[in-house]
Design a protein around this ligand. Structure first.
Ligand SMILES: [Zn+2]
Length: 360
């Protein structure tokens, strides 16, 4: 009985804050859609926010998503509500992008406004709830034709420092051929760069050569060396450090250069298809050829803004999902006959490439 009474009181206090969060999400959508000329359910509209990852004070912010969805119609199920990963300490923001016009509106929440009750948030002027509110043309085509517009956005921090992150992900979303698992990995990585795309191509390459054929099989990854690609595998393969299916081992710049010189490609990492039933694994050391990657995407002799080259590479490289061998290669194949044998590759202080005989 005491328990029931406590429960009756506590949800009430939580609901008050949640209603404020919902009002913030709804207001962000209302203001942005008004400025973009968008209507509810507009198939050209994308909503992005760090709500649910960022916190305001001690308050979690997931209820903002309900407000965004109620007004805009954007949902996770429709693939038009993306949540790029941020720290809990990051400011709370929203961005809405209309792919047919290429225009986006960004709104960052004033922390003082987030502490107000829902009713106040609904009636407050937008400029008091959000600051800054920025509108910009961000379509890849426009930015490639007007490179100064791109550098201005970045230099002026038009989206409060989120420009690269949001512009890359929004443009990839706008391309109807971009798969959702890729957008999810990019969202987890916080931004989209050719590094994540290289991880996507590597994952398809490994899946083709070492396919998962039984429920007892799963992939283990030894990221050696480390780059942005490695944020993809926890998302698409559920390979995570805590479950000992993801090991991170970086190499020095000197080691990487020496390996590249010897092997003619960049070493990307070690990928093992592990079978929990037989306690054995089939592995590959995989290379990713960045030189070839630049050639294929026309960014080898890029003299414009280097971050814009990354956007170009993102848009071009994804086309190689079904032919990853254009840039991905096998440097070595091996077997692990026991868990102990696999573990020798993963311990601290061990260079697993040397153990496997892949050396400069
Ligand atoms: Zn990156």
């Amino acid at each position: 009985m005491v328990m029931l009474l406590l429960l009756a009181v506590v949800p009430g206090t939580v609901l008050a804050d949640d209603a404020a969060m919902e009002a913030i999400g709804a207001k962000a959508a209302t203001v942005a859609m008004d400025r973009l000329g968008a209507t509810q359910g507009d198939e050209n509209l994308l909503a992005m926010t760090d709500a649910s990852t960022a916190m305001t004070g001690n308050q979690t912010t997931e209820r903002c998503l309900s407000g965004v969805t109620a007004v805009s119609g954007c949902t996770i199920g429709d693939g038009n509500l993306l949540i790029p990963q941020r720290s809990k300490f990051a400011p709370l923001w929203f961005m809405f992008y209309k792919k047919d016009t290429g225009e986006a509106v960004f709104l960052q929440v004033n922390e003082s406004a987030a502490a107000r009750p829902a009713a106040a948030i609904r009636t407050m002027p937008a400029g008091e709830v959000f600051g800054p509110i920025a509108k910009a043309q961000i379509s890849a085509r426009h930015l490639l034709e007007n490179q100064s517009a791109w550098t201005t956005l970045l230099e002026k921090k038009t989206f409060a420092g989120n420009e690269f992150s949001l512009i890359t992900i929004a443009n990839m979303w706008a391309d109807p051929t971009t798969p959702y698992d890729f957008l999810r990995a990019a969202s987890f990585h916080n931004h989209l760069c050719p590094g994540v795309t290289s991880g996507y191509l590597i994952s398809h390459y490994v899946e083709e050569r070492l396919p998962i054929e039984a429920p007892t099989q799963s992939y283990k990854v030894i990221a050696c060396p480390v780059w942005c690609k490695d944020d993809l595998f926890p998302i698409v393969w559920d390979a995570t450090p805590g479950k000992r299916s993801f090991f991170v081992k970086d190499l020095s710049a000197v080691e990487k250069a020496a390996l590249k010189k010897n092997l003619g490609t960049d070493v990307a990492g070690i990928y093992v298809r592990w079978d929990a039933a037989t306690k054995t694994g089939d592995g590959m050391v995989v290379g990713y050829n960045w030189t070839r990657s630049n050639e294929l995407t026309g960014t080898a002799d890029w003299d414009g803004n280097p971050l814009l080259a990354k956007l170009v590479m993102d848009l071009e490289l994804i086309e190689y999902t079904d032919k990853p061998e254009a840039v991905v290669s096998t440097l070595k194949e091996f077997r692990c006959e026991s868990p102990e044998e696999f573990s020798t590759l993963t311990y601290a202080g061990v260079n697993p490439l040397k153990v496997l005989g892949v050396e400069a």
